[in-house]
Design a protein. Structure first.
Length: 103
């Protein structure tokens, strides 16, 4: 058993790279429409536009680090995606899936 010492929010931001996406898309599009003349150029152009559009976005994920001090003096950090089911001061116990509230 132990007690939750702290809960910290961790935000991971991912920024797209449209230039890299365009380059990869052009290579893939050119390979898919392999041929001679206009079809290869069309494939590379379409692939570049699609790759740039798909990789231009941003995303943000939130995770929570729950720090626990156990009764034997040891400590641990448990990660939860999206929300924290625990607050500082909660009594917890280790179970197969991570932590659970102590009864």
């Amino acid at each position: 058993m132990g007690r939750v010492e702290s809960v910290s929010q961790v935000v991971q931001r991912v920024q797209g790279q449209p230039v890299a996406g365009a380059a990869a898309g052009a290579l893939i599009g050119g390979a898919l429409f392999r041929g001679r003349g206009p079809s290869t150029l069309f494939g590379a152009t379409a692939g570049a536009a699609t790759g740039a559009a798909l990789s231009s976005g941003r995303s943000e994920q939130r995770a929570y680090e729950v720090r626990v001090r156990f009764d034997d003096g040891s400590g641990g950090v448990f990660d939860y995606q999206g929300f924290s089911p625990f607050a500082p001061g909660d009594r917890v116990v280790i179970v197969d899936g991570g932590l659970a509230r102590a009864g």
